[in-house]
Design a protein around this ligand. Structure first.
Ligand SMILES: [Zn+2]
Length: 179
């Protein structure tokens, strides 16, 4: 699918030990930020490892599959809501950088950040359950959380998202498209 990316190494005196990589130029170049003292030979195996991880991550995001998402939502509806929830559409969107999902109860549409496609399945399941629960409870009150907590990994998944800085903003009522 993706051809081998060009690697650009940027060394910095301010970096002591950490090596990080990011995509630039629309993913054509992988830029590696490294400490000034790191030699090419030292960096080579680390870059190879980072490149593998970043390519796998990108592939999962690019192949985010709305059909698979809808199937999973139907399964979670059966498992945790007795199959009684009805929605018109659930799909991945790329424009939600700071929240993991949204639910618009008026139109019964659910949108999930494409970043979830690359996260562990149990985290994705939590977000789906969270948005499904909004079809029944528009706010984040106790009744809402009683529904969501039927999913046993809720607390763990929330902790995971907090670490990524997502749960804090989450889809709090102000940001949720409740109408
Ligand atoms: Zn919510």
């Amino acid at each position: 699918m993706s051809s081998d990316p060009e690697i650009r190494i940027v060394r910095s005196d301010r970096r002591r030990r950490t090596i990080t990589a990011r995509w630039i130029e629309e993913g054509k170049i992988m830029e590696v930020l490294a400490p000034a003292a790191a030699t090419d030979a030292e960096l080579a195996p680390i870059i190879e490892n980072l490149k593998g991880r970043m390519l796998r991550h990108r592939e999962r995001v690019e192949t985010a599959d709305d059909g698979a998402l809808a199937c999973r939502a139907a399964e979670l509806n059966r498992q945790y809501f007795g199959g009684r929830l009805v929605w018109s559409e659930i799909r991945y969107v790329a424009n939600q950088q700071h929240r993991y999902g949204s639910c618009t109860p008026a139109t019964r549409t659910i949108r999930i950040s494409h970043r979830l496609a690359a996260m562990p399945a149990w985290v994705r399941d939590y977000v789906i359950v969270h948005e499904l629960a909004h079809l029944q409870e528009g706010n984040h009150g106790p009744r809402f959380w009683r529904l969501v907590n039927r999913y046993p990994k809720t607390e763990r998944a929330r902790g995971y998202l907090i670490c990524l800085g997502l749960e804090a903003e989450g889809d709090e009522a102000g940001e949720m498209d409740v109408e």
